[in-house]
Design a protein around this ligand. Structure first.
Ligand SMILES: C[S@@+](CC[C@H](N)C(=O)[O-])C[C@H]1O[C@@H](n2cnc3c(N)ncnc32)[C@H](O)[C@@H]1O
Length: 284
């Protein structure tokens, strides 16, 4: 097996973990404090072809953590992560919603190595999810139709030549084609069909993806949006966008989007415009 856990015997906090020929025994109840709400980076499995948790992964988990009380209230029946990579996000989600009964966690990735790595990460944290190799949700789309209450996606968003998209290996983790949008746009096409009436969708984007334009596309499909988290580094400006069905169900009417909690804010009313201004801002 070519998957290795990022854990060695004797590491702080992991003295009850032992690696033996890539197999491991974990006294999980001792390893993780009961209040743990996100995956322990030391227990995240690694593989040379699999994306390691990075700023974008942390931003997505932080956005979910910030919304945790609302997520508990939403009480999702099915939570789906597309493009699970190392398993850091789906494991964190399963941990932060572990108080909920009857919530099922599903994760997909186009990479077999990512699926294997995610399974190891979940197991190391003593949480469960069904993890499948799939191009987005192909093969399970009919099963998931209208049933996903929580959908999360940290996509390959880096602008590249189109022919680099889907070539396999670690490039699948970042190669996004024109404007970094090829895989994102495929995802936008299917959100409406798999999300439940009360469903929420969290999407990681960078400025090059034109997040304001993404919000406009989703608005035309009947979704309201807000920025769950915005982070800027020297290299990129990250946004975690949150989408939900606009309660007024007036897809083309931008005048009065309503939040899941029933509140309407200036930010929600003007998000696409606000985003287009944000992403064109360049610090000097
Ligand atoms: C930026 S990485 C994110 C990994 C992980 N979710 C995280 O946040 O650390 C993007 C992931 O999407 C996967 N991916 C790319 N194209 C995909 C597709 N068409 N269907 C499913 N997964 C895909 C990649 O293999 C990679 O694991």
């Amino acid at each position: 097996m070519d998957v290795a856990l990022d854990v060695v015997e004797g590491q702080p906090g992991s003295s009850n973990v032992r690696l033996v020929n890539a197999e491991y025994k974990v006294n999980k109840s001792l390893l993780l404090p009961p209040e743990r709400r996100s995956a322990d980076i030391r227990l995240v499995a690694r593989h040379t072809d699999v994306y390691e948790p990075c700023d974008d992964s942390y931003a997505l988990v932080d956005a979910l953590l910030a919304d945790r009380a609302n997520l508990c209230e939403l009480h999702p029946s099915i939570c789906l992560e597309v493009g699970c990579g190392s398993g850091y996000v789906i494991t964190s989600l399963a941990l932060m919603l572990s108080d909920l009964k009857d919530t099922r966690f599903i994760a997909t990735d186009i990479s077999k190595s990512a699926v294997e790595t995610t399974r190891l990460t979940l197991e190391a944290h003593n949480v469960n999810a069904d993890v499948l190799v799939a191009d987005l949700v192909s093969g399970i789309d009919t099963h998931l139709a209208g049933a996903v209450d929580l959908l999360v996606f940290n996509p390959p968003y880096v602008p590249t030549p189109d022919d680099e998209v889907g070539i396999g290996g670690i490039a699948s983790a970042w190669a996004g084609g024109h404007k970094g949008r090829i895989v994102i746009d495929c995802m936008l096409e299917i959100v409406d069909s798999i999300l439940s009436p009360k469903g929420w969708f969290y999407l990681v984007t960078v400025a090059a993806n034109c997040p304001g334009e993404i919000c406009q596309i989703m608005r035309r499909k009947g979704f309201a949006s807000r920025i769950a988290i915005q982070r800027s580094t020297e290299e990129e400006s990250l946004h975690v966008l949150k989408f939900w069905r606009d309660a007024s169900n007036e897809a083309s009417d931008s005048s009065n989007p309503v939040s899941p909690s029933g509140r309407t804010s200036f930010m929600q009313r003007s998000l696409p415009h606000h985003l287009s201004r944000l992403v064109s801002f360049k610090p000097t």
